[in-house]
Structure formats: C-alpha cells, structure tokens
Design a protein around this ligand. Structure first.
Ligand SMILES: NC(=O)c1ccc[n+]([C@@H]2O[C@H](COP(=O)([O-])OP(=O)(O)OC[C@H]3O[C@@H](n4cnc5c(N)ncnc54)[C@H](OP(=O)(O)O)[C@@H]3O)[C@@H](O)[C@H]2O)c1
Length: 257
C-alpha cells in the first residue's frame, strides 16, 4: 500500500518516522509532502528511501492512503487542490474538522475517510490515538488500526464522541504534565533538585499508568494499597479533596471538550 502524508510538522513528521521505524510499511512506499524543504530534508537524512515532495498534487497520485496533517484552517484549501479519487482513502489528523466538512472539500461524498486524533506522545510511540471512520470497510479499518497501533494505543469511537475523548487524551496529556510540574514545585520547596524532582514524579506517573494499563485495575484499588489508615498518603489525598481537586479536574476536562 502506498501512503502519502501531507504536512511534515509535529504530527506528520512523527507519523512518517513512526511508520518508517515500525517496518509496517516499506519506506519506499511512503511519500511526505510539504511546501517547505527543511523538514523534508531532515526526514530524508534519517530515512534515505523515503520519498519527499513539495507538490501535494503530485505526491497524492497513486497513493492508496492520504494522511492529511496540516493545520485545520488549511484543510479545505489543500483538499480542494489535490482532488482525491473515490478509490483513495483519506485519513485526516486535523482536530475539529468533521466528516461532513471533509466530504464537502473532497467532493466525493462516498469517499472512505478516517478522522484520527493522536496526542503529542506519538513522537515517543506512546500516543493515545482516537480513530473514527466513515464509508470504510474492514480491511481499511485494519490497515489504519495497524499503522497507529505501532505508535501507541488506539481506540475506535463514533465521531460524536471524539471531542470528549480528545479532552481526555490530547488535552489530557497537558493536564498530566501540569500535575508533574506542580509536584516538582513541591519537591523543590522541600529541597529536592529540579532534575531529580522531575524524574521522581515522571517515573511515578509512568508507573501509575502502567499499573492501570497492564493490570487493568481501577485507580481506587491502587490508591487503597498506598493509603494506610492514619498514614501520610491519605492525609495528602484528603488535602487534595479539600482543595477541590476532583471537581477541578472534571470542570477543566469539560472546558476542554
Ligand atoms: N499537535 C497535537 O497535539 C495534535 C494532536 C492531534 C491532532 N493535531 C492536528 O494535526 C494537524 C497538524 O498539527 P501539527 O501540530 O503537526 O502542525 P505543524 O507542526 O504546524 O505541521 C503542519 C505542517 O504542514 C505544513 N504545511 C503548511 N501548508 C501546507 C500545505 N499547503 N501543504 C502541505 N503542508 C503544509 C507546515 O509547514 P509550515 O510550518 O512551514 O507552515 C508544517 O510543516 C493539525 O490539524 C492539528 O489539529 C495536532
């Protein structure tokens, strides 16, 4: 299968590197198109067999899958210029652009399309990637699933659920980082060096996530294990609740939808 990625920025670049690294796809079947050469030349230096182009229209010719990774406000203009055919599959990474809007710009109503929303951890192959589909078949779903499975975890959702799920996963990564930053500040006040504080908190966050993802337990079960009656952890947890921690997270996530 031939894949063309339009836009070699954070997302497009990470997807191209992830695809090339994973071995899921022969590197010679990957083309990346971007009007500005610098990012393309960096990619080519890492993966000499990758195809690069500064012409989107040329780059999509013969592509089976076209991954659109430009800023949302450029989507319409780029799609109208490349004039995709009905036998091609569009994979849009653009946040907030609906299937209806995409269909309007590709001008092929029945075109198989995916909306894919990774988060920034895709560069570390640790993304939580959301996928919604329209007019696609099983083989196409599997193909796209396999691409993004190589770059972290994936979840198929109905389009109506994408905004809420994005708040949890794409915006959510900033919430987790905000927690890490706040905990670091506490550590520094208590005399721990910033680099050490960062490592202590980040590895603890990674460990907490691993407990949930690998053991499939509930956070309450894992919290119960570290909250000895009369102990220091429950004191801290209750202090968080007095300060409105749970309520603040719920309100913030709903604002991010
Ligand atoms: N970052 C995230 O966390 C995240 C998460 C989920 C989804 N998304 C979505 O991913 C998309 C890309 O975001 P990003 O963060 O990767 O943006 P980005 O780093 O700005 O990448 C976009 C790339 O497209 C290039 N470009 C501009 N005009 C183009 C054109 N006409 N044809 C081809 N390429 C063109 C840009 O070049 P210049 O920089 O030179 O303009 C840039 O290299 C957005 O729609 C965003 O909503 C992002």
């Amino acid at each position: 299968m031939k894949i063309t990625i339009i836009g070699a920025g954070n997302m497009g670049g990470a997807i191209a590197r992830g695809l090339a690294k994973s071995g899921h796809q022969s590197v010679t079947d990957i083309t990346v198109s971007d009007p500005f050469g610098e990012k393309l030349h960096a990619l080519k230096a890492e993966y000499p067999n990758i195809n690069i182009s500064d012409d989107n229209e040329e780059a999509v010719k013969g592509a089976d899958y076209v991954i659109l990774a430009v800023k949302p406000w450029l989507v319409g203009q780029v799609l109208r210029a490349i004039r995709l055919k009905g036998n091609q599959v569009l994979v849009s990474i653009a946040s907030g652009i609906s299937f209806e809007e995409l269909a309007h710009d590709v001008m092929v109503r029945e075109m198989p399309m995916f909306r894919v929303i990774p988060n920034t951890a895709i560069s570390e192959l640790e993304s939580m990637t959301l996928i919604a589909s329209r007019n696609t078949n099983k083989a196409q779903n599997l193909f796209v699933q396999d691409i993004f499975y190589e770059m972290g975890r994936i979840m198929f959702l109905d389009e109506e659920k994408l905004a809420a799920a994005t708040a949890l996963s794409s915006c959510g990564i900033a919430y987790v980082l905000k927690y890490i930053q706040a905990a670091m500040q506490a550590g520094i006040e208590m005399g721990i060096r910033p680099d050490d504080a960062m490592e202590l908190v980040a590895q603890s966050a990674k460990g907490a996530a691993a407990l949930i993802l690998e053991r499939h337990t509930h956070p309450a079960v894992e919290i119960d294990k570290v909250t000895t009656p009369g102990g220091i952890t429950i004191k801290g947890i209750n202090e968080l609740e007095h300060a409105g921690f749970t309520s603040a997270i719920i309100k913030a996530m709903k604002e991010s939808r």
